[in-house]
Design a protein. Structure first.
Length: 185
C-alpha cells in the first residue's frame, strides 16, 4: 500500500512507536512515555511544544540564540530518509532538543534533499531558507521519563521531560513526521 494512503488513513498523525522504532529496538532505551494535554504540561514546556510552529524557530526564540544540528544517526529506506538529532545552542553547545524525523523525499526538490542530507543545518531552517510551502500540524503531546539513551543526550538532571509528535505538510502533502523532546535548560 502507498505510504501516503497509510498516513491519510491514520488522520495524518505520526505514530510515536513507529518513530521511536526507527532507531530503538527497545522503546524504554529512549524512555517511558504517556500522552498528556497542554493543561497537564508545566511551563515552559507547554509554550515550547503546544503550537503549530517550527521547533527550530521556537527554540531559537526561547533561548535567544541560533541552534545548530548534530545528526546522531541516519537511515534511508526507499523514498524515506530518517534521522535522530540533537539541536544545540550555538552560544554554549547545550542540548535544547532531541528529535527523530522521517521525511518522504518524493515531495522535496533535489536541492532541499541535498541540504538536509548534508547534516549541517536544522531541518526547519532548510525548509524556511528554500521557501518550501509548509504547515506544521501538532499531533500529540507526551511526557517522558528519560531512559538511558535520552539521559545520555540530555543529562541525568531531568526526571521528566516533554515532547510532541507533529506532521509537516510541504506544498499540501504530508511529508515530514516528527518526534521532538525539549529541554528548557
Amino acid at each position: 500500500m502507498d505510504d501516503r494512503k497509510v498516513l491519510s488513513e491514520k488522520q495524518s498523525r505520526p505514530d510515536l512507536a513507529t518513530l521511536i522504532g526507527l532507531f530503538y529496538d527497545a522503546p524504554a532505551d529512549l524512555g517511558v512515555f504517556d500522552e498528556v494535554t497542554p493543561d497537564n504540561m508545566p511551563e515552559p514546556f507547554r509554550g515550547l511544544l503546544a503550537h503549530n510552529h517550527h521547533m527550530t524557530v521556537t527554540v531559537e526564540s526561547f533561548h535567544r540564540c541560533p541552534v545548530s544540528v548534530e545528526v546522531l544517526e541516519t537511515q534511508r529506506s526507499g523514498h524515506h530518509y530518517s534521522r535522530k538529532i540533537l539541536l544545540r545552542r550555538t552560544t554554549d553547545e547545550a542540548v535544547v532538543q532531541f528529535g527523530i524525523v522521517r521525511l518522504d523525499l518524493r515531495f522535496l526538490t533535489e536541492e532541499v534533499i541535498d541540504e538536509i542530507t548534508s547534516k549541517k543545518i536544522p531541518l526547519g531552517r532548510v525548509l524556511i531558507q528554500h521557501d518550501v510551502m509548509r504547515e506544521v500540524q501538532l499531533a500529540e503531546l507526551w511526557r517522558f521519563q528519560p531512559g538511558p539513551d535520552l539521559e545520555r543526550y540530555l543529562g541525568d538532571v531531568w526526571s521528566t521531560v516533554y515532547g510532541r509528535t507533529a506532521l509537516i505538510y510541504c506544498n499540501g502533502e504530508p511529508v515530514i513526521e516528527l518526534l521532538e523532546i525539549v529541554t528548557p535548560s
